[in-house]
Design a protein. Structure first.
Ligand code: MV4
Length: 448
């Protein structure tokens, strides 16, 4: 096992990783930007090293700075968390060349799955269902029109370097397709330095269902069940739950087997997530694979009892998975609310500032993953996630009741948060029935 790990991240996830390290008896090194000195991850870590100015590109994305910190502190491994450098194949390569273990899959897998179009074709080869669409990236507008003719409108244009919704467009006819393809390509080029785009048939009112994967370095790969992430706004997930309301035991076996099959095809190691779209008839389609720890990993931890971050660390240290697929059980129902420093009554605009009162909920079945405290000043430089409120209960109904109770207890004054938005969701009849799809948040907000 490692004796010292550097956490190349900030916020709640840096705190989460430090907690796992402490319980494993591993010393921790935090890195932080000029404006993050007061952050909880800096206080919790055994050592902390300032790696640069506030701007992410000068600090949390600054590879030379982070590698220097790792060398100075003499760590054996780096945990990248999510976001920032977590899916940067180049960073994983640099770590390797410096004999520092990158806690995640190999650079080759990160690169392959980062190319969303190639990832689709790779999974199609082993028999995973995918949406009808272009076989790879679109070369010109003639090809785009030809593909659309074959699969029928509406179609979705997706940036191959994107994922998670960036650079996506829906087109309903040839004229729009040609113009939106150019917009999407330009947007992708600006955001990722890569304009590649592909086309899929647009699935109406789907659900987003994803499977948590764990793979060790001995060829063992298992899944930890699924999460429903259908409650999203502008491709930002707001609420996740496990199990997924629309997934029956039978469907879980089918989708889970496919998820593991796909991961085995690429010799996947460490934690990963296979994302699917699910339609009303229980048909599912592979969308993309995320090669990182996900924000929403705690709901899977609560229903399976498995600490995913500890598993990641153990796998990277060369340990064998202690679980077989048969030993994995989902018990109860978990839901997570992302508490963002945002004004949900004004387009979810960021709401940085000082927290003047802070009291987090507690009692049975409550978990709060956060990095803020009373008088903490939320910085405008990073994402607005300040806390994840997670509940576990016997079943979905009781999980909703518990979440409502916890949301009522949560006191965060001084800034705007998404707590009120969540209260609205949990009192919504369609959400309570579990019959919602991708347009849920927009519909809910337009009702207001
Ligand atoms: C789709 C889709 C419909 N058809 N792909 C991909 C990234 C994710 N953030 C949203 N994505 C979608 N991809 C095809 N071929 C619909 C969505 C989608 C969505 C999916 C699940 C939950 C909420 C959503 C909101 C908008 C779009």
């Amino acid at each position: 096992m490692f004796s010292k790990i550097l956490i190349a991240n900030r916020g709640e996830i840096a705190v989460r990783i430090i907690r796992a390290c402490k319980e494993l008896g591993i010393k921790t090194v935090a890195v932080y930007s000029d404006v993050d000195g007061d952050s909880l991850h800096v206080q919790y870590a055994d050592e902390a090293i300032c790696i640069g100015p506030a701007s992410s590109k000068d600090s949390y994305l600054n590879i030379p700075s982070i590698i220097s910190a790792a060398e100075i502190a003499d760590v054996e491994a780096i945990h990248p968390g999510y976001g920032f450098l977590a899916e940067n194949a180049h960073f994983a390569e640099i770590c390797k060349s410096c004999q520092i273990k990158f806690i995640g899959p190999s650079p080759e897998i990160i690169r392959l799955m980062g190319n969303k179009s190639e990832a689709l074709q790779t999974m199609k080869k082993v028999g995973l269902p995918i949406m009808p669409g272009s076989k790879g990236i679109i070369k010109n507008k003639e090809e785009a029109v030809e593909v659309a003719k074959k699969i029928g409108y509406p179609v979705m244009i997706k940036a191959s370097a994107g994922g998670g919704g960036k650079g996506m467009r829906i087109a309903h006819n040839d004229g729009k397709l040609v113009s939106l393809l150019m917009t999407a390509q330009a947007e992708a080029n600006a955001a990722f330095g890569n304009s590649d785009a592909y086309i899929e048939k647009y699935l109406q009112e789907p659900k987003h269902v994803e499977f948590q994967i764990l793979g060790d370095n001995f060829g063992n790969i298992i899944h930890l069940g699924e999460r429903d992430c259908t409650v999203q706004r502008r491709h930002q997930k707001l609420i996740e739950e496990s199990p997924a309301p629309a997934v029956t035991d039978e469907l879980r076996v089918k989708m889970g087997n496919m998820a593991v099959k796909g991961a085995k095809q690429v010799n996947y190691t460490n934690a990963g997530t296979m994302e699917f779209l699910l339609d009303k008839n229980g048909k599912f389609y592979f969308m993309e694979m995320n090669t990182r720890l996900q924000v929403e990993h705690p709901i899977t931890e609560l229903v399976t009892g498995i600490d995913i971050v500890k598993e990641q660390i153990k796998i990277s240290a060369g340990e064998k998975l202690q679980y077989t697929q048969d030993s994995i059980q989902q018990r109860g129902w978990a839901i997570e609310c992302r508490i963002n420093a945002e004004d949900s009554e004004n387009k979810f605009l960021p709401s940085p500032g000082v927290i003047t009162d802070y009291h987090s909920p507690g009692g049975p079945g409550i978990r709060v993953d956060s990095y803020v405290y009373n008088s903490y000043s939320i910085q405008p430089f990073y994402d607005s996630l300040i806390s994840k409120l997670i509940v576990l209960a016997e079943d979905r109904k009781q999980a909703i009741e518990r979440m409502q109770r916890a949301l009522d207890e949560y006191i965060i004054n001084g800034i705007k948060t998404t707590i009120d938005f969540h209260k609205l969701v949990f009192s919504d009849p369609a959400f309570q029935k579990g019959v919602i799809s991708t347009d849920f948040v927009e519909n809910l907000l337009s009702k207001e």
